[in-house]
Design a binder for this molecule. Structure first.
Ligand code: ATP
Length: 827
């Protein structure tokens, strides 16, 4: 029995006793116990993670200050431990901030910023310090020199885990040969079993950061990556959150923190891409959700008993006959001129008619008169003065086909247009009668309903119709009818609540968040992001892998959780890539290679979910990572990459991000597909050509033998059979010299553009139009660009002495589609 159990059963004091054991846990203490969460779960991994944290910080700091990064990483054995040194040429850290940066967890400059950076949480480097002190007991040794300062600061510190504060043991000035930057030295327990991961991390960092100079020295290897460009990545700018995808909790927090009083001001001030017009659209969406829409009915026609003018006249008292008539006519005319009228629109019509009549007749139309008039006119319009005497409003099953209230006619039209043509007229009519009943019986005489209520009305009317008329009125029909009615209903003009009222109202805020999501809003600005760009991805892949084919795609920015993100993908295929086994999937987030937890990453999940056979790759079982000589690279750039854990190894399964990853990969994969298709058809062509190349000469000899004639021109025949482009030289003696004809016959089905270069050993003359000649070291290069339509031919001519030798080179047509016969050369 545990001590805890022994106390059970005794009535008093358990809670008190338990309460005595409760105490707050410092964040440093927590991570001391849970270092795996930060990527320090083993000695091998600890070293890689520490390098990664320090190098990521160095790159961030240098780029932020517009400095081309120059980073030196050294790992050396030091007795039972490993010593890690990372030096950068960044801006350095001030004496005040340095101890906190390295000696306090959750302290950093990036957590609150909406801007792409490698660092996000303010944990990374202090976690490395924590791991080092935990495993070696030694303090972190840090040197930092800020720009323009004559001397550097030197600190030795550990983290006081109870307090999560730095404990400084040495604090002095020193000299350092770097003009500015930071050097950190950590000793830790470790091993180099993860050497490959370490090398990959440094190598891949170099690939996606061509502006950085990186050097790694470790006990068994030393390599340097010189910078490939002096161009820093485009500077990023901090942005406000985008309204798409911000969560309710965040909006509640923002509402209580904002200085704005109106919702419109709040939206414009606190979010990116929201101007006055967009704010108004969001508020309209909010109104639809929060207040509902009002049903707009068609105005009564001349054959109908409903009479707006008569009703207004009757409701207006003591205004004199002329003014009353003018008032009633103005309202009736405005109603008749509208396609449909909702309650709030009618109120506006009454107001403007009253104002106009007041001006013209000098009679005052007060609020009560206006209200009475609006009520009377609305009763006509909305069928509130029922013309069906026998109808029992309590009997919702009543669907008398003879019943023709004006609402029924209106709703019938809408329902008929929205349901399949197979639905019987009478059934639709019966449904319209029941639905009209719901409107007529509603307590809200303005016919103002939320979408949800409308769905309930339609469902109920449909259920009754199914039950009593024994017909199907399924989900699709119901949804279509709801859509048709909702689209003619009108957004109400009610003012949204003030920010201070909204901030305490969770439901109303939720309507606002839904409204923000439903509004079309321009994609967020991308200046807060720094994608690699498709060109540089291709260049990076080319630098790293010898392949036959490369493709890359950069998607437009999208939003997730209010944070903009961009996904990029690259594919390399063939060449020297490993043909055995599955494809090499390279993952990057904010230009940082992701080394661990491949299997837990959204990028890997997406790669596995794609049907690669469609793109011409081998994929056993039709799912999973494809096989073959392929590298698939994915880069997720975001102002806040959603990682699965603080160790930032794997991207979480966020649907919006997964969709974009898929689209980016598919974009690059489509190019791969057409490359592979072409390659396959070229292979077929080559095979066919090889067979023909063997058979035709034998046939030619046989034919010549049998017929006793000269052997036919085989090259010509091959070109024609294969639908090739034939380039043929013809020579004709001409006095002292000879005329050269280079003939291009296009037997293919497409128009072709060729670049022909004939290298001649003597000086040519009388070149045909379009050809140029350049002399180099006693050889003449006759250059000619020929555009030859399908089925056509083009000829290059020139003259040259009979002893000239030729060598022809043709560019612009794949080798498999080209037949060159240069046999009649004099050499
Ligand atoms: N080499 C450096 N030069 C200049 N500033 C640095 C350097 N390293 C860290 N910093 C500063 O210290 C802060 C804390 O760094 P830390 O690695 O703990 O967190 P982070 O990089 O912000 O986030 P993450 O936990 O995601 O890595 C950074 O935000 C940055 O402002």
């Amino acid at each position: 029995m545990t001590a805890f159990q022994s106390t059970l059963g005794e009535e008093e004091g358990i809670a008190e006793e338990l309460a005595e054991n409760q105490r707050a846990i410092s964040i440093a203490e927590f991570f001391e116990k849970n270092k795996h969460m930060l990527g320090f779960d083993s000695g091998a991994r600890g070293l890689v993670t520490a390098v990664k944290e320090a190098v990521d910080n160095a790159l961030d700091a240098a780029e932020e200050s517009g400095i081309l990064p120059d980073i030196y990483v050294e790992i050396e054995e030091s007795g039972d431990y490993y010593k890690l040194i990372v030096e950068d040429n960044g801006p350095g850290l001030t004496k005040d901030s340095l101890p906190k940066v390295f000696g306090k967890l959750l302290y950093g400059s990036r957590f609150h910023k909406r801007e792409q950076s490698r660092g996000q949480q303010g944990i990374g480097i202090s976690a490395a310090v924590l791991y080092s002190q935990l495993t070696s007991g030694k303090p972190a040794k840090i040197t930092s020199r800020t720009q323009g300062s004559n001397e550097a600061q030197y600190f030795e510190l550990i983290i006081d885990t109870d307090e999560n504060e730095p404990e400084i043991s040495v604090d002095r000035t020193t000299t350092w040969d770097r003009p500015h930057g930071t050097r950190i030295e950590l000793e830790m327990e470790g091993n180099m079993r993860a050497r490959q991961q370490l090398h990959d991390y440094i190598k891949h960092t170099a690939v996606v950061n061509p502006h950085a100079r990186l050097e790694l020295r470790e006990p068994q290897a030393h390599f340097k990556f010189e910078r490939a460009t002096d161009q820093l990545p485009e500077e990023t700018e901090e942005i406000r959150p985008h309204p798409h995808g911000v969560e309710l909790g965040t909006v509640i927090k923002m509402l209580s923190a904002t200085d704005s009083h109106s919702v419109s001001g709040f939206l414009q001030e606190e979010f990116t891409r929201v101007g006055k017009k967009t704010a108004e659209s969001v508020i309209d969406e909010f109104r639809d959700r929060h207040y509902g829409r009002e049903m707009a009915w068609t105005p009564p026609g001349p054959h109908e008993s409903a009479d707006v003018a008569a009703a207004v006249t009757e409701a207006t008292v003591n205004k004199g006959a002329t003014a009353t008539e003018a008032f009633a006519t103005a309202i009736a005319d405005a109603v008749a001129d509208s396609d449909r009228v909702a309650h709030n629109e009618l109120v506006a019509i009454v107001d403007s008619s009253a104002d106009a009549v007041e001006d013209e007749h000098g009679t005052t139309f007060g609020d009560t008169v206006r209200e009475n008039a609006a009520e009377a006119a609305w009763a006509e319009l909305a069928g509130l003065v029922g013309d069906d005497e026998d109808e029992d409003p309590a009997d919702e099953t009543d669907a008398d086909p003879d019943d023709h209230s004006r609402l029924v006619t209106d709703l019938y039209e809408l329902a008929d247009g929205a349901t399949s043509t197979r639905k019987d007229d009478e059934v639709v009519h019966a449904f319209a009668v029941r639905l009209a009943g719901k409107f007529e019986d509603s307590e809200d005489t303005r016919h103002r309903f939320t979408h949800k209520t409308l769905v309930e009305f339609v469902d109920r009317a449909a259920e009754l119709t199914e039950e009593y008329d024994d017909v199907a009125f399924g989900d699709t029909a119901r949804e279509n009818v709801v859509d048709a009615i909702w689209s003619v209903m009108v957004t109400v003009p009610d003012d949204p609540p003030r920010v201070r009222d909204l901030s305490g109202d969770r439901d109303a805020t939720s309507d606002l968040v839904d409204g923000m999501r439903a509004t079309d809003i321009m994609a967020p600005p991308t200046r807060c992001l720094s994608p690699i760009s498709d060109d540089l991805i291709e260049a990076g892949l080319k630098k790293e892998f010898e392949a036959d084919f490369y493709a890359a795609a950069t998607r437009d920015a999208e939003v997730s959780g209010g944070d903009p993100f961009i996904v990029e993908a690259g594919i390399a295929y063939g060449g020297d890539l490993e043909a055995e086994g599955s494809a090499n999937v390279m993952r990057f987030a904010n230009r940082v290679p992701l080394v661990y937890q491949r299997g837990a990453c959204a990028t890997t999940d997406v790669v596995k979910s794609i049907g690669w056979r469609n793109y011409g790759l081998d994929q056993p079982g039709g799912s999973g990572v494809p096989n073959g000589p392929v590298v698939i690279m994915i880069h997720v750039a975001s102002t806040n990459v959603p990682f699965t854990s603080e160790s930032k190894d794997a991207v979480a399964n966020v649907p919006e991000i997964e969709d974009e990853i898929e689209l980016a990969i598919r974009e690059a994969a489509r190019e791969l597909k057409s490359y592979l298709n072409k390659r396959r058809s070229m292979q077929k062509r080559r095979k066919k050509q090889n067979v023909l190349g063997k058979i035709l000469p034998e046939m030619a000899t046989k034919v010549a033998e049998v017929t006793g004639r000269a052997e036919p021109d085989i090259d010509d025949a091959i070109a024609r059979i294969m639908n090739n482009v034939l380039v043929e030289r013809r020579l004709e003696e001409n006095g002292d010299g000879q005329t050269v004809e280079v003939v291009v016959e296009n037997h293919s089905s497409t128009n072709e553009s060729l670049a022909v270069t004939d290298i001649v050993s003597a000086e040519p003359s009388n070149l045909s139009d379009g050809a140029t000649v350049v002399e180099m070291d006693g050889e003449w290069f006759v250059k000619w660009d020929a555009d030859v339509s399908s089925g056509d031919e083009a000829v290059l001519t020139y003259e040259v002495s009979t002893d000239a030798a030729f060598d022809i080179d043709v560019d612009g047509v794949e080798a498999e589609k080209l037949t060159v016969t240069d046999t009649e050369t004099n050499q």
